[in-house]
Design a protein around this ligand. Structure first.
Ligand SMILES: Nc1c(C(=O)O)ncn1[C@@H]1O[C@H](COP(=O)(O)O)[C@@H](O)[C@H]1O
Length: 161
């Protein structure tokens, strides 16, 4: 069971590390790499072309600004690609979001919210859960915890009213 997390620059790591954390909590092996469609197109090609053979089942790709990495990676593989728009310096990640989400029909990238690497990790887990029961069970437990948190919120709210 293996997920790759790739990013356009090391500067993106702070926005991608939550995906790594959630995957690690679920016991999923991660391959983490800086790969840039713009700066290292050959490396990106090599990475995407060999990913499936290396046992990778889902790719999480984060990039900021003119964020071509998730889409270009998706164009080179049939593995599911989850794009994480990284908050950018000048346009707060709107540029990253639009670059990643507006893929042409035929080449899908499942895009999460700006900087929402946690959801990228959880979405990868949901894909893995189709095949691995152990992940499906853990996801159910995770859902139960979320539910308990909301129940607590409602108890607190009732106490205040
Ligand atoms: N969007 C891309 C790609 C790509 O899509 O191939 N490669 C790097 N970048 C982005 O450039 C921003 C600035 O990078 P630096 O911090 O290295 O200057 C990063 O957010 C990165 O994802």
């Amino acid at each position: 069971m293996k997920v790759a997390i790739i990013m356009g620059s090391i500067s993106d790591w702070e926005h991608l590390k939550d995906a790594y954390q959630v995957l690690k909590e679920f016991g999923v092996e991660c391959e983490v790499k800086v790969v840039s469609a713009h700066r290292t197109p050959e490396l990106m090609y090599e990475f995407a072309k060999t990913a499936k053979d290396r046992g990778i089942e889902v790719i999480i790709a984060g990039a900021g600004g003119s964020a071509h990495l998730p889409g270009m990676t998706a164009s080179l593989t049939t593995l599911p690609v989850i794009g994480v728009p990284v908050p950018s310096k000048h346009l707060s990640g709107i540029d990253s979001l639009y670059s990643i989400v507006q893929m042409p029909p035929g080449v899908p990238v499942a895009t999460v919210g700006i900087g929402n690497a946690t959801n990228a990790g959880l979405l990868a887990l949901r894909i893995l859960a189709l095949k691995y029961d152990v992940i499906a069970q853990k996801l159910q437990e995770y859902r139960n915890i979320l539910q308990e948190k909301v129940e607590k919120m409602n108890q607190e709210l009732n106490f205040k009213l």
